[in-house]
Write a new protein. Structure first.
Ligand code: ACO
Length: 427
């Protein structure tokens, strides 16, 4: 065996040879390594799955050192420039770009599933005026499962496809409704004459005008942002979707878990922190002092650094360009100047160079969202809408993968053993 790993267990002196396949060993192969008869076998300890592959996947490829991101083999730069969000969603879900007839039919399907059951509107109305949009979104996505009980039949490919269409179609409607609820404004129903992103903007911002026609440059910028967020392989929220989906629950419940994971500040909330940081810096003159504070470990330069990318995050490059297009329409966000100067100084500074800290996707995205007049609490909702096709493609891959089992990690038990119960009067 050439692609193998030889292991000597120094506890017993026994030797083992484990197969290496795709740069991994199978964790279950370690179980044969035992110290004595009662030993259940060797396991690995890996909080946060920093070095554990949980699946085989053919959806998204990332090379963090080279700054490469590809969906189904297509570079993110080409997709952002030349395709639409629904085209990318089709690609992620089916593995191939659609031809014109397939795209037309897919766009029609999605467009005609955008309406929500009226009871769902009443459900959203039940939230307090100051409820966080992500809390409302998570609850209403999971509530969708009660409207489509057939969704539980995940073994049927047609049933799966119906729920995939519904979820991609209804996420913008849910996102817009929770926003309007928070603003105290009347809900705006979907307009099937508009494109996916134009319709979303209309549901968010339309007031008394008979038809809402957003600027095409803003529609394009939103499309690009949604494409950039559409998938990112086994990140925290995708892992949550796969983990919950592995119980064979319906996809609404699995996607609600993904929304919950994304809600956390370590995952979906960094762009809001970038805005707060830029506001605090206030002027390019204050940047040197700020950088000194970062280097002294007083705080982090938000929007810089990434667990996977040790190079420029390719999405940040694309977003930077989208910033210019948006600011052409909305006027320049004054914080842009500070961001650009901050980036320039940081990229030349030895502290950041040595640690391979480059701007990530969040460094500029908040500036665009703010220019589009989204309040900060809505930023993560936009992320969730963009990520929905990726979550669904990963869920779909999971339920068809014969290798997959219900997610059930091991633990290292550190508690007490087999104690005698003590009645309460004796404690
Ligand atoms: N500013 C200053 N120093 C930093 C930063 C930063 N933004 N990020 C990392 N470092 C430093 C660390 O202090 C550490 O320095 P040391 O070696 O002297 O101790 C070194 O760089 C390595 O950093 P780690 O924390 O080990 O890197 P890790 O991969 O665990 O963290 C993370 C990645 C969480 C993204 C981190 O870079 C960070 O906190 N960045 C700011 C927050 C942010 O922008 N998050 C968005 C990520 S993109 C997304 O989730 C969509």
């Amino acid at each position: 065996m050439t692609d193998s790993l030889s292991i000597r267990d120094n506890r017993t002196g026994r030797d083992y040879e484990l197969e290496i396949s795709d740069g991994t060993i199978r964790a279950a192969d370690l179980k044969q390594i035992t110290a004595n008869e009662d030993d259940p076998g060797l396991a690995t300890y890996d909080p946060g799955f920093v070095n554990t592959a949980s699946c085989r996947s053919a959806i998204t490829y990332i090379d963090g050192d080279a700054g490469v991101l590809e969906y189904r083999g297509y570079p993110i730069e080409q997709l952002a420039e030349q395709s639409s969000f629904l085209e990318v969603a089709y690609l992620l879900l089916h593995g191939e770009l659609p031809n014109q007839a397939e795209l037309d039919s897919w766009m029609h399907e999605v467009t005609f599933h955008t309406f929500l059951h009226e009871n769902l509107k009443q459900f959203i109305e039940g939230f307090r005026y100051d409820a966080h949009p992500m809390g409302m979104l998570m609850a209403s996505v999971s509530a969708l499962s009660t409207f489509y009980p057939d969704a539980a039949n995940i073994a049927d490919p047609n049933v799966r496809q119906d729920q995939i269409t519904r979820l991609i179609a209804k996420m913008p409607t849910l996102g817009a409704f929770v926003y309007r609820h928070q603003q105290g404004k009347p809900y705006v129903y979907p307009d099937n004459r508009l494109s996916y992103s134009a319709n979303f903007l209309a549901m968010l911002f339309k007031m008394s005008e008979p038809t809402y026609q957003p600027d095409p440059r803003l529609v394009k910028a939103l499309e690009v942002l949604l494409i950039l967020h559409a998938d990112h392989e086994q990140n925290c929220s995708t892992n949550a979707v796969r983990s919950v989906g592995s119980s064979q629950v319906d996809p609404y419940s699995a996607i609600a878990a993904g929304v919950g994971a994304l809600y956390g500040p370590l995952h979906g909330g960094a762009n809001e922190a970038v805005l707060r940081m830029l506001r605090r810096i206030g002027s390019p003159d204050n940047i040197p002092d700020f950088i000194t504070g970062v280097k002294e470990g007083k705080e982090k330069l938000m929007g810089f650094g990434h667990r996977v990318y040790k190079n420029y995050d390719p999405r940040a490059t694309i977003i930077k360009k989208a910033c210019d297009d948006v600011f052409d329409v909305t006027g320049v966000n004054p914080l842009l100047k500070i961001a650009q100067e901050l980036e320039k100084i940081a990229l030349e500074d030895e502290y950041f160079v040595k640690r391979k800290l480059y701007p990530n996707v969040d460094f500029y995205s908040g500036l665009i969202y703010e220019a589009l007049e989204f309040p900060p609490e809505m930023f993560t909702v936009l992320f969730a809408i963009g990520r929905t096709p990726g979550w669904l493609a990963q869920w779909s891959e999971l339920v068809q993968d014969k290798d997959q089992k219900i997610a059930r990690p091991k633990q290292i038990y550190t508690g007490a053993r087999t104690r005698e119960f003590v009645p309460i009067y004796r404690r």
